[in-house]
Write a protein that binds this ligand. Structure first.
Ligand SMILES: C[S@@+](CC[C@H](N)C(=O)[O-])C[C@H]1O[C@@H](n2cnc3c(N)ncnc32)[C@H](O)[C@@H]1O
Length: 342
């Protein structure tokens, strides 16, 4: 589609079309080879004519391909919508092209008028209240975060120093994708994944069902509202892609709760560290667009953070920043320790 104002305006349909193909599992259904529209409709449980229309649209975008006999196949782009692709974004596509786009189209105008979050205008509740009431979307949300985390998990396992660390606590760790990557690469470590109750329940059941006895033994899920409490017991705390959902006031509360947990577990031979992994405007090439996503799913008054913002928030929470390193995927890794006297 050519780049014109109308083309950009049609972007919502482009997104919805790809999101529907992702949600239906079309790329998985084509993993074993080409299929006609009719065959595909049976595999993904869809109406044949409607699916043919959807497939023509996504194929025109290059996301799938169509051979001379009219059979559909995966293309290099649609391969990434397969659930088993090492860099799969199937669930991320379902979420971004589904709930997030629905929220934006239902509430962005009103949210810009009022300066408040989009979700309450679109659905009457915040993002996490919405997920509490819709387990299927919540399941997709957790898997979408896993899609997002997968490449970072491998890098984190390789580049973070785990010297002197026995227990890693991932605060708002979702279904534990980051900890699984870290624990798999470092057999001496144990992990505690802290998240909302329903996320922990789903993740724990999935881990047990996976039959990975080693990870079942070393990875624990701990439900907790991090705005109220973060469990003690970690040598290394990580909070990745969480603060960007929250206003400055809530961030100070979350960081303060982590600091309390770090202080409670500190001793002469134990000085817990915290890694904040989040975008900071200085190293975030997508900051302008991301600020709209924050308006859509973040709390009211959630904005992109600069280094200066995070320095003020960590200081208010009783933490000292030791280093700030730019990382892949527009992230920064900020290492913190408990401030003297905190
Ligand atoms: C944007 S996701 C990031 C997940 C994961 N850290 C990652 O990088 O993929 C934010 C996470 O914070 C969790 N969360 C949100 N509010 C929370 C709360 N009040 N207490 C505990 N966890 C919360 C969500 O369930 C979600 O897993």
């Amino acid at each position: 589609m050519e780049t014109s104002l109308l083309g950009l305006v049609m972007g919502g349909f482009t997104s919805a079309t790809i999101g529907a193909a992702a949600r239906l599992g079309v790329a998985d259904a084509l993993a074993d080879g080409p299929a006609t529209g009719g065959e595909l409709a049976k595999k993904v449980d869809a109406d044949p004519d409607a699916l043919e229309a959807l497939m023509k649209a996504v194929t025109a975008l290059g996301v799938f391909a169509r051979d001379e006999e009219g059979r559909y196949t995966n293309s290099p782009l649609s391969e990434q919508l397969r659930s088993d692709h090492p860099e799969s974004i199937r669930h991320l596509a379902s979420l971004l092209c589904g709930l997030y786009t629905q929220a934006a189209s239902g509430g962005l105008t009103q949210a810009v008028r009022t300066g408040t979050s989009v979700m309450p205008h679109a659905f009457g509740v915040s993002l996490y209240e919405y997920l509490d009431k819709d387990p299927e979307t919540a399941r997709i949300f957790d898997l979408a975060m896993q899609d997002w985390s997968r490449p970072i998990g491998v890098l984190a396992a390789r580049h973070i120093s785990f010297e002197g660390v026995r227990t890693v606590v991932d605060v708002g760790g979702g279904n534990g994708a980051l900890l699984k990557a870290i624990l798999s690469a470092h057999p001496h470590l144990r992990g505690i994944c802290v998240d909302r109750e329903d996320t922990c329940t789903r993740a724990e059941a999935e881990l047990r069902a996976s039959g990975d006895e080693d990870l079942v033994r070393r990875l624990r899920y701990r439900p907790s509202d991090i705005l109220r409490e973060v469990p003690a017991g970690g040598d290394l705390y990580i909070i990745k892609n969480v603060l960007h959902d929250w206003s400055s006031e809530s961030c100070v509360r979350i960081l303060g709760n982590i600091r309390k947990a770090m202080s409670a577990g500190a001793g002469p031979d134990r000085k817990p560290r915290l890694l904040v992994v989040d975008p900071l405007v200085e190293h975030d090439s997508g900051a302008a667009f991301r600020s709209v996503i924050k308006m859509v799913v973040g709390e009211t008054n959630t904005r992109e953070r600069s280094e200066a913002d995070l320095r003020r928030e960590t200081a208010e929470a009783g933490l000292d920043i030791v280093s700030i390193m730019p990382a892949p995927a527009d992230l920064s890794v900020v290492e913190c320790v408990v401030a003297a006297g905190a």
